[in-house]
Design a protein around this ligand. Structure first.
Ligand code: PEP
Ligand code: MN
Length: 347
């Protein structure tokens, strides 16, 4: 349920409304939409309670068909939210590009890629240290050693670091090295992990599950925000479909749908959707044209030798070319890419 308070509602009335609702065992989330205050009511109300709330002084109206995700619903805020990762703002005017290898493999590999993507306008570096691989025999990541390499690359290039967390117990370790925790597709409905990243302050990049609906993704985000961490960025990365020409089917309509339903920033990962290098530039361009706040792109200096996701990784040159195309589209929709400080929070 969502209660809209009247414009003449006093502070005393507002406090009484919240006390009344909480006194009946329900949780509240208070949001401002312009001059209007919106109270999202979370939980199942006992019979007759809705009518009682609607009759309280200061309540203008009560809507019963409110979204199931009051913390992340678009209605919960006047403006879309922005998420700061270091000094980079995701969800602001500029399109933010996060780039780097699928897996951290060596210091040399990571630094070569980091320097190159930074030069082309990426502002955050991605790289997996704990890899959730389909086969137990595939490369599982370098673990802490990989995190240390990411931190050294950050020191050298100034790029903030994004890396995937696969288990709640790794969060304290990761927080010593990374600026943003990625929750991968395979873990989008790992509810213990969602609550755990929600109980700490590091920003979270939440990727859509391989076979999850948009509503399920929003409910997953609700776990994180509801647990106390509002710094969540959603990522459309392709979903399973009957189509086999691509690794996933990039659900481009998820971008405008999410923009309608949630205030959280949205980024597109063209790499995992495509599964194939040649398709990545087109999907990246489509993501930006559809209104994404950013891109997550896999890049490798020698993709043919990559320990994971080589076929979909752009070469350094391919990334430079892609940035050129994406930059032109971003400029055309008035979200220009500033190669020196794209997306950065500047006065
Ligand atoms: C990744 O980003 O390397 C990754 C494993 O992505 P996803 O969870 O989308 O498959
Ligand atoms: Mn990958």
């Amino acid at each position: 349920m969502i209660a809209t308070l009247s414009s003449t509602c006093t502070l005393g009335e507002k406090a009484a409304i919240l006390r009344f609702i909480e006194g009946h065992g329900l949780r509240v989330h208070v949001g401002e939409a312009g001059a209007t205050t919106i109270v999202s009511i979370i939980g199942d109300p006992e019979p007759g309670l809705a009518e009682a709330i609607e009759a309280l002084p200061g309540v203008a109206s009560l809507s019963l068909d409110a979204p199931r995700y009051p913390f992340v619903a678009r209605e919960a805020r006047t403006e879309p939210s922005t998420v700061k990762v270091g000094d980079v703002v995701i969800g602001g005017r500029g399109v933010v590009v996060i780039a780097g290898p699928c897996s951290v493999e060596s210091e040399d590999q990571l630094l070569t890629i980091a320097r190159s993507v930074a030069k082309e306008g990426a502002v955050l570096l991605r790289g997996g240290a704990f890899k959730p691989r389909t086969s137990p025999y595939s490369f599982q990541g370098l673990g802490q050693e990989g995190l240390e390499m990411l931190a050294r690359a950050r020191e050298e290039t100034g790029l903030g670091v994004v890396s995937e967390v696969v288990a709640p117990e790794d969060i304290p370790l990761m927080n010593g090295f990374v600026d943003m925790l990625q929750v991968g597709s395979r873990n989008m409905q790992n509810f213990r992990l969602l609550s755990a990243v929600g109980e700490q302050p590091t920003p979270v990049l939440l990727k859509r599950g391989l076979m999850s609906t948009i509503e399920e993704m929003l409910l997953a985000a609700e776990y994180i925000v509801g647990a106390g961490n509002p710094r969540v960025v959603l990522c459309e990365r392709g979903i399973r479909s009957f189509e086999t020409a691509t690794r996933g089917t990039l659900d481009i309509s998820a971008v405008p749908v999410l923009k309608e339903r949630t205030h959280l920033p949205v980024v597109v990962d063209p790499s995992h959707a495509a599964g194939k290098r040649s398709l990545v530039p087109s999907l990246a361009a489509a993501g930006v044209a559809a209104g994404a706040d950013g891109l997550l792109i896999e890049v490798h200096d020698r993709p043919e030798e990559a320990l994971s996701d080589g076929p979909q990784s752009l070469t350094l040159e391919g990334f430079a070319d892609t940035m050129e195309v994406v930059g032109r589209i971003a400029a055309a929709i008035d979200r220009p890419i500033d190669h020196a400080a794209m997306g950065r929070d500047r006065p």
